[in-house]
Design a protein around this ligand. Structure first.
Ligand SMILES: Nc1nc2c(ncn2[C@@H]2O[C@H](COP(=O)(O)OP(=O)(O)O)[C@@H](O)[C@H]2O)c(=O)[nH]1
Ligand SMILES: [Mg+2]
Ligand SMILES: [Zn+2]
Length: 354
């Protein structure tokens, strides 16, 4: 009896975990008939179900409301609706479209573009809901890289934070680029060198930038061209300033104004992909602030912490935490000076905080 109940609950948890319903109204629309309808429709899904389609590839830039999207087709933005057939098919398979998804759009009727198919995702930027289900919320799909933005001063660079962001980016399966901004405020070159040498040695792309002097801005731009990037990092490090420097027409509000906004209204609550004039896109997503490390991530940290990727499999124990175990390759690397003690301390701090 008890067993049976438990099974039932677990099944629901599994389902809930993968659903992101952008609007609860969707449920009202289709909840009763969804199962019946999709059973019928999914068998048709692979067939040619409609005559006269003219399919072109597009990409979702923004989600406007229930199944209404802004789609980029050949560099131009268009309004598009989800086709009725796909709506129900997706509801049943839990694959609701996300910003960044590549789609097949029917453009046969000029005034009414319809998304007929969502193409497979390369990856997805995910955060977890705070509720007891911790459901997965897809912030965006098919993003290439994360610009981990820190500043030399105001606020002062903390390498421990870079470690933390590098772990998050690795867990999400994305490429990191480390940016140390406000380099015009550099007061101690040796200190900068000692704080960043490790990341350079580990092969991470690392740039020093300043929107005041222009240092590093061309190099940053080169790394962004034809890629889809998202900026993350503590507030005040200059993310908005960097973006405005690269794309002045965006004119996003920086520090002072956005603080004011936080008091009353916040304009964007959804992810948006903004095309760069030089190719590629900027992902603007308020959700990135809430991507953090969870206790469930703890087991992965010993394997993905910056610089440990090629060491952890040389430890005696496969699940070595690199803290108290014997014959630990990480501890040996610290003792021989390959890994600076500051990075190891940072690792220990991060690991034990989870
Ligand atoms: N000195 C200096 N100040 C900067 C630089 N970049 C941004 N700032 C300043 O830092 C503050 C925070 O910048 P903002 O772009 O709003 O940071 P965000 O919170 O990361 O988006 C603003 O007052 C900017 O003028 C820089 O390269 N050098
Ligand atoms: Mg900002
Ligand atoms: Zn170890």
């Amino acid at each position: 009896m008890k067993q049976k109940d438990k099974k039932k609950t677990n099944r629901w948890v599994g389902k809930m975990k993968n659903v992101h319903l952008p609007d609860p109204e969707i449920l009202d629309e289709i909840k009763e008939q969804a199962k019946f309808k999709t059973a019928r429709i999914s068998t048709k899904a692979s067939q040619s179900y409609k005559e006269g389609l003219k399919l072109v590839q597009g990409r979702i830039m923004e989600i406007k409301s229930n199944y209404r999207y802004i789609v980029e087709i050949n560099g131009e933005l268009h309004n598009a609706k989800m086709s009725g057939r796909l709506k129900q098919f997706l509801y049943s398979s839990h694959k609701i479209a996300a910003v960044g998804d590549y789609v097949a759009v029917d453009v046969a009727i000029v005034s009414d573009k319809r998304i007929e198919k969502i193409l497979p995702r390369k990856n997805a930027l995910i955060r977890y809901g705070t509720g007891s289900f911790q459901k997965e919320i897809i912030l965006a799909a098919n993003i290439d890289q994360v610009i981990i933005t820190s500043s030399w001063l105001k606020p002062r660079l903390k390498a421990g934070l870079i470690d933390r962001y590098l772990c998050i980016v690795a867990l999400q399966g994305l490429q990191p680029i480390i940016v140390i901004n406000k380099i015009d405020l550099l007061d101690d070159e040796q200190e900068l060198e000692s704080q960043t040498a490790y990341y350079k040695a580990m092969g991470y792309p690392l740039l020093y930038t300043s929107v005041v002097s222009g240092t590093g801005m061309n190099e940053l731009k080169e790394l962004l061209v034809n890629k889809d990037s998202v900026f993350t990092g503590h507030s005040g490090t200059g993310k908005t300033s960097l973006i405005n420097y690269l794309e002045p027409s965006l004119d996003l509000p920086t520090a002072e104004i956005s603080n004011y906004n936080e008091k009353g209204k916040h304009t964007t609550s959804q992810s948006i992909l903004i095309p760069w004039s030089f190719g590629g896109h900027l992902l603007d997503t308020p959700g990135i602030k809430t991507i953090t490390l969870h206790s469930e991530d703890k087991e992965y940290i010993p394997k993905i912490f910056p610089g440990f990727e090629n060491l952890h499999n040389k430890c005696k124990f496969r699940d070595c935490s690199h803290i108290h175990e014997e014959n630990c390759a990480v501890i040996e690397a610290v003792e021989s000076g390959i890994i600076p003690i500051e990075r190891y301390d940072s690792y220990q701090y991060l690991y034990e905080s989870l």
